[in-house]
Design a protein around this ligand. Structure first.
Ligand SMILES: *Cc1c(COP(=O)(O)O)cnc(C)c1O
Length: 396
């Protein structure tokens, strides 16, 4: 294979305005980030509650480092399952009001582990087309039959489930998998309706609440709290690298389901346990999510301010009830123009382009953070309005 093929592919990406670059952040995470020595007002991270650099989490991690060191040294099943991991799993289960919970190294690893553990050849996985990439990867890796329905099309989901119900007196499992909050638009899945279908067709429901956990619901228990849902058929997964401000993810649910995942999820079994200091920091984070409700209330005030203030002529605004707000611009180069102009004003909002989002829907993805002030939000609104007004002249 000629190595210059890669160079050709890279040039093609660049020509399509699809080449991605990373920027090196020189400060800790927060509403303001330093890049190349310059300070930016940032709406770019998933640190929705502003906990990634919280002094209480730092103190908890420090104490744990002195006591437990830096590395876990082995997988959970060998000798890496340490007191902070154990306490975190108990606290997560209690917080979610579910039987048990498992703490995974990352959300990606959790979803691969959960889906390959619950489903195998002959089973059926039903998935929303806009689900996160790692849910799709987990479904493919499981070798189950993979049925995808158009975003939010529950009539289609019902007919797919009905079709398999007719086929399946053979004991195969039916598993519906959905993001609770879709990561590019911030919209919510209709979980109550999906759960009804799951119950009607004797299936399981795997929910990925990466962007709901900590943000939604009075207590921060996420989408289940928001919709007041409770069922042993729910396998609840959320990441701890977003609102919780740390790293990793967990799955919670009915005792036997979680025990089965513990026994069989290869990404749990064959991977070194996360550093114990991270579990200790997350225990602190969980306490803050539970007790410091003002932080969540402030975030929702910011969301309300942004969605009620912003009006643009050349973009489709997809306002949501979550910290993710999408401004659909369309062409890649238009989205890049917006991002560049914001950058000139020392504001950082990432432009998201295909293949992360569907072709022709390049966008800005605004993430609000409890560390922002109302004035920060208005600064963004004013800048976006100016750039929108200059777009048609600038792009010929
Ligand atoms: C971020 C994200 C993940 C991956 O979680 P990591 O802990 O970052 O690996 C999974 N699902 C969704 C919906 C996400 O947004």
């Amino acid at each position: 294979m000629p190595l210059n093929a890669f160079s050709t592919h890279l040039t093609e990406l660049a020509q399509a305005d699809a080449l991605r670059t990373r920027r090196v952040v020189e400060s800790a995470q927060g509403p303001r980030l330093t890049v190349d020595g310059r300070n930016y007002l940032a709406f770019a991270s998933n640190d929705y509650l502003g906990l990634a650099n919280d002094a209480r989490l730092i103190a908890a991690a420090k104490n744990a480092i002195y006591r437990y060191g830096v590395g876990a040294g082995a997988s959970h099943m060998v000798s890496g399952h340490m007191t902070p991991h154990h306490e975190l799993e108990i606290a997560l289960a209690r917080f979610m009001e579910m039987d048990s919970a498992l703490y995974f190294g990352s959300g990606y690893a959790a979803n691969l582990g959960i889906l390959t553990s619950l489903a195998s050849r002959g089973d059926n996985i039903f998935a929303d087309k806009l689900n996160h990439a790692c849910l799709n990867d987990g479904a493919l890796l499981s070798n189950a039959n993979f049925h995808r329905y158009a975003h939010g099309d529950l009539d289609k989901l019902r007919s797919l489930l009905a079709l398999q119900a007719n086929n399946a007196s053979n004991g195969s499992r039916n598993i519906v998998v959905t993001d609770a909050v879709f990561s590019m638009d911030g919209d919510l899945a209709d979980l109550p309706a999906i759960l009804k279908l799951v119950e009607e067709f004797d299936a399981l429901l795997v929910i990925d609440d990466a962007h709901g956990f900590g943000v939604l619901g009075e207590t921060g228990r996420g989408s289940l709290d928001h919709f007041h849902l409770k069922s042993d058929r729910i396998v609840y997964m959320a990441t701890l690298g977003k609102a919780a401000g740390g790293y990793g993810a967990f799955v919670a649910g009915q005792r036997d389901v979680i025990e089965w995942i513990l026994q069989t999820a290869r990404t749990y079994l064959f991977s070194t346990a996360t550093p114990p200091m991270m579990a200790a920091a997350l225990l602190e984070s969980l306490k803050i999510i539970d007790e410091d409700r003002a932080r969540r209330v402030h975030l929702h005030d910011l969301i309300a301010r942004f969605t009620s203030s912003l009006k643009l002529k050349n973009c489709a605004l997809k306002f949501s009830a979550t910290a993710i707000q999408a401004i659909i611009i369309g062409e890649n180069n238009h989205a890049l123009y917006f991002a560049d102009e914001l950058k000139k004003r020392s504001i950082w909002v990432p432009a998201i382009r295909p293949p992360t989002v569907p072709r022709g829907t390049a966008r800005l993805r605004v993430s609000l953070n409890a560390g922002h002030t109302q004035a920060d939000v208005m600064e963004l609104v004013v800048a976006l309005t100016e750039i929108d007004a200059s777009l048609l002249d600038a792009i010929k």
